[in-house]
Design a protein around this ligand. Sequence first.
Ligand code: DGJ
Length: 738
Amino acid sequence: MAIYVDEKRKLFTLETEHSAYQMIVDRYGYLIHLHYGGRLAGGDCEGLNAAGYMDFSPAPDAAGTYREYSLDLQYQEYPSAGAGDYRSPCLAATLAGGGRNLDLCYASHRVLPEKPALQGLPALHGDCETLEITLKDRYTDLEVVLLYSLFPEYDAIARSARVVNRTGGAVELDAALSACLDLPDGRGLDLIHFWGRHTMERMVDRTPLTHGKISVDSVRGASSHQHNPFVILCDHMATEDAGRCWGASLLYSGNFTACAEMDQSQSCRLTMGIHPAGFRWRLEDGEEFQTPEAALCFSPEGLGGLSRRYHRLYRRRLCRGEWALKQRPVLINNWEATYFDFDDDKLVQIARQASQLGVEMLVMDDGWFGSRYDDNRALGDWVVNTEKLRGGAARLCRRINELGMKAGIWFEPEMVSEDSDLYRAHPDWCLQVPGRGRSRGRNQLVLDMSRQEVRDCVHDMIYKVLSSANFSYVKWDMNRHLTDVWSAALPADRQGELYHRFILGVYDLLERLTGEFPHILFEGCSGGGGRFDAGMLYYTPQIWCSDDTDAIERLEIQYGTSFGYPVSAVGSHVSACPNHQTGRTVPFHTRGVVAMSGTFGYELDLTKITEEEKEQVKAQVKQYHKQYALINDGDYYRLTDPAKEDLTAWEFAAEDGSRALLNIVYSHVRSNCPPCVLYLRGLTPGARYRMTDDGGRVLGEYTGAALMNGGFRAPRARTGYPAGAVDYAAFQFQLERV
Ligand code: DGJ
C-alpha cells in the first residue's frame, strides 16, 4: 500500500487497502489514466484498455501525421481545452496573446513523504505520502502541479491541482477544476447525487449515465441546499453491500460543479471543482492558483462500504481541533422555543429546566444583538442587546454556568442588514454592482468577505463578544445566497475572482476565530443544511443538518446525508409538536431516536412539556450517553431506504463487533401490513448477542450469523409489540456480545 513509480516507463500506481489508481505517460508525453478501481496485485493495465480511434476526433500536433490518436478519446488525468478534446476540461485559460489552446504534457514528478498544506483552503490532514506530477504546456511555461495524497486505510486519494504561471505574461484562468476521473465504459454506471431545497436537503437521486452530461452544481455562492458537492458513480447493480462505487467529494463551500459525461466512445468522464460559471482568475507572471481538494474514494463493497470509508476519513482526517473526536454536549437551542422573543430570564428558565433533565449546554440563537427584534434588522451589529440580556453576555453565561451548563451563541458573520449601524457606517461593504439595485434575501445583504478590512471589522466584534464571556459553542449561520457579485475593492476586469475570493475570506475568518478560541465548539449552518460540505467540516466539526426538525422528514434528510458524511457532523434536535415546519405530531420517543443519530439536542421550550415528556428527556440523554461511542465511532449501516419502505431502519455496529444498536422508525402505517425482515450487519458471525429492547427487556440470545443471515422481523407499528403502539412508532434494539 503505497505509491509505486516505474521510473523508466513513467508508470504511477497508487495502492490503498482495496483499490488501485494507475496512470502512465504515453509516447506523446500525455499523462494518461489507466485504472481506478480494485487492486491490481502488482500488475498494470497499459495496453489493455487503450482508447480507440474515431473519425472527427482530431490528432494533436505531437502525433504528427499519425491519424489514430486523439485526446478526444484518451483517458486523461487533467484535460485541458483547445487541443482536440471536446469533453469537459479541467483547465481552460486565455494566454497573453489571446490564444486559448493548451497542450499539457508530463514534465516531472516527485514523491513527497507528507501532504503539503493547501494555502487558505480546507484539506485532509495526517501522515501520508503524496505524488506530485508536474505538467507543462508544450509551448509556454504554464505549469500544472497535480497532487495525489494517499490515505490507504480509507481507500481514499486527495486530489488537487496548482496552476503556476511562468509564461512571462498574465494568464486568465477560465476554469481550473480539482480532478477528473475518466472511466473506460460509462454504460454500466449510475450517478448518485444529492439534491434538495431549504428544509429538505440531500435527497438521493440515482440515475443511469446517459450520453451527454449530467451536471450537478451550485452557482449560488454556497455549496447550497439544492445540490451537494458529493457524488457517487457506481455499477447499475451496486447495492448497500456489493458493487463498485467511486465517491468524489469536494472540500469546498462555494460554487461547484460535478459533471458526469458519457461521450461517443461510451467512456465516462467525471470532473469536479469550482464552477467555471462566473469564474475568471487573473494569474500574473510568477503567481499560482491552488484549486480546492477533492477526496476520491473507492469501495468494492457497495454504497455502505463507501459511506463507512468517508465517515472514518472525515472524522479522523478532515475535522480538526479539540472537538473533532471529543464527545459533544447535549444541547438545548432556544430558536424554535422562543424565536426572537426572549430575554436573559427566559433563557435561564429554560436552562434551569434543561439542566435538571441532564442537558449540558444552552445555545442562545438569533436575536441577542443590536436591535434584532425580528429578522429585518441588525445583522452586522454584533454587540449585546442589554435590553434583552441585562448585565450582558458575561452575566448570562455565569448564570448558565452556575446551573452546571455550558453556554453557546449564534452569529451570522457574512451578512449585514440595511437597518444596522454597520451598514450605515459602511454602505459600500456589501456586494453590489455600481449603479444597480440589489437583491435582498430575508431582507439582508451579503458582506464582501473578500475584503480584509471587512473581515477585520467583523472579526473584532465577534472576538470581543467571545472573549467577554464564557462561551463554549458558536453557531455560524448564513441565511441567503449571493447575488450582485461585485466588489468595490476589485477592478472591473477582475470581478470574476470574487466568488472564490469570498469563500477564501470566509475560510480565513473561520481559521482565525477557531484558532483564537480552540476550546469553542463551532457548528456550521446555512438556513439548516445549505452549506453542508466537507469544506465547512474542516472548520466546524458539526453542521446543523436542516431547518426541518420533523422527525419523519429527518429520516430522509439524514439518510441522504449519511452517504457522504459521518453522524458526528449531523446537527439534529428533538423539537416541539405539532412540528413547526410540517404541522405533524410524532411521539416524543420517535423524535429522540431520530435526533440521537446526530449531534443530539433539543429545540423546544422544556419548561412547557409534560412531566411524562420530561422523564423521556432524562431517559433519552441517558441513552445517548450510553450509546455515544457506538453511534459516533461505530460503523453505520443503512438497512432500508426511507423513500421505498414504510419503515426506516439503520444500525450502528462497533468496529470490533462487540455491540450494535438497531433503530427502526415507521414513517407510514398501513392496515394489515406485511412483515419487514431486516438483515443486520457488522456482527461477528460466530459470536452470540443478547438482544434487548428500548425498555431493557431481553428478547433472547442469537448468533451474529443468525441475525445477519436469518434476519429479524421488525415489530409491527400498530399491533402486537409493544401493545398500543402509535403512529410513527420507533424502536431501538441493543445487541451485546455475550
Ligand atoms: C437559520 C438556522 O438554520 C436556524 O436554526 C436559526 O438559527 C435561524 N437561522 C435564525 O435566524
